[in-house]
Design a binder for this molecule. Structure first.
Ligand code: HEC
Length: 319
């Protein structure tokens, strides 16, 4: 055998030895995933970025998901290593269409993210009584009930101090928690929460009236699956009422009023335009927290009750 032939045989053998197990129908090494979304990569980053990494990671960089010729693939060996307990649910599959992958996410996301089974456990950090909360009540699209939403004021301040640097976007610190309670009279019917992960995306969860983790809201007129439907709206571009008409009043929706329960003094059109918060939804946050928080600080300034720190904040924003 000629030397070049020997070299060729060795080269072919080495290439053969290094290539991964072939992807066959009987023994798939990866799953072709079809996602119906204007931005499938963002959805894949959200879901698979959270599987196997507590803080969240880029699943493309981690090799968990790959893109080839416009199609996306989930690597089964990587997935099994990352979340062994869920791998069995993918056994024998070589492709998943949008319905199948959404059903898989809906069934496994809480477990993959280790979302605590009780609201009390989820809100352990937020139980600290020294936290100053910013609170707003609204009747909007998520439920016919009145929603009381809370977020630590410090998280809004951090987003505002960084607003200009972030290219006029409101980006909340990692770990920020939004709590949205659905209220009938003063009874809490259920609680929806979002908490920002280390990779900049947010976990979504729903707890029922007794504080147990549940796979959907019981909200009227329609229950919302958690997290798959949450993501549908929060990652989307659709404008909702009453945010869209603010600072004007919104017309009632088909199931009741769409309304912000805030004093007239907080309906500040200059500040609303300044942030354009609902349309920009910079951090997949849809409400008007920075708008209302700043409008409230402007009222405090005119009343002479503004703190020095918040005066500095308004200065930073040039307001
Ligand atoms: C129909 C669209 C829609 C769906 C579905 C939806 N949301 Fe929202 N969400 C909104 C809008 C609009 C707001 C702001 C006004 C409000 O709170 O009603 C909001 C606000 C929130 C907030 C407060 C932070 C923010 O973005 O303003 C949390 C927390 C939240 N939603 C959690 C969830 C969870 C959990 C689910 C899934 C069970 C969910 N949402 C499903 C539209 C939606």
């Amino acid at each position: 055998m000629k030397t070049w032939m020997v070299a060729l045989v060795i080269a072919l053998c080495m290439a053969g030895c290094q290539s991964p197990t072939p992807n066959t129908v009987d023994n798939p090494t990866r799953i072709a995933i079809e996602v119906d979304s204007a931005d499938p990569e963002r959805l894949l980053r959200f879901y698979f970025g959270g599987y196997g990494s507590e803080s969240g990671q880029d699943p493309f960089e981690a090799g968990l998901v790959t893109k080839e010729g416009g199609s996306y693939y989930l690597d089964l060996a990587q997935f099994t290593a990352a979340v062994p307990t869920l791998a069995a649910q993918l056994e024998g599959r070589s492709e998943m269409d949008d319905d199948a992958i959404q059903a898989f996410w809906q069934a496994t996301y809480y477990e993959a993210r280790s979302i605590p089974p009780s609201l009390e456990a989820f809100l352990r950090v937020e139980a600290d009584s020294s936290i100053e909360w910013f609170e707003v009540e609204v009747q909007g699209v998520m439920t016919q009930a009145r929603r009381r939403i809370r977020v630590p004021a410090e998280a809004i301040r951090a987003a505002l101090f960084a607003y200009k640097e972030a290219g006029e976007h409101l980006l909340y610190p990692v770990g920020t928690t939004f709590i949205g309670e659905h209220l009938e009279a003063d009874t809490v019917l259920e609680t929806t929460v979002m908490r920002k992960r280390g990779d900049g995306l947010w976990d979504f969860a729903t707890y029922d009236a007794s504080g147990s983790l549940v796979p959907a809201t019981a909200a009227r007129p329609r229950a919302l699956k958690s997290p798959t439907q949450c993501v549908g709206c929060h990652f989307g571009t659709r404008m909702f009422e009453p945010e869209k008409s603010f600072p004007g009043e919104a017309s009632p929706g088909p199931h009741g009023p769409r309304e912000f329960h805030v004093p007239m003094a907080l309906r500040n059109s200059t500040i609303t335009r300044f942030f354009d918060e609902h349309r920009k939804r910079s951090d997949t946050i849809l409400g008007l927290y920075a708008t209302l928080f700043v409008a409230e600080r402007i009222v405090q300034r005119s009343e002479g009750t503004l703190s020095a720190n918040d005066a500095a904040l308004l200065d930073t924003l040039g307001l």
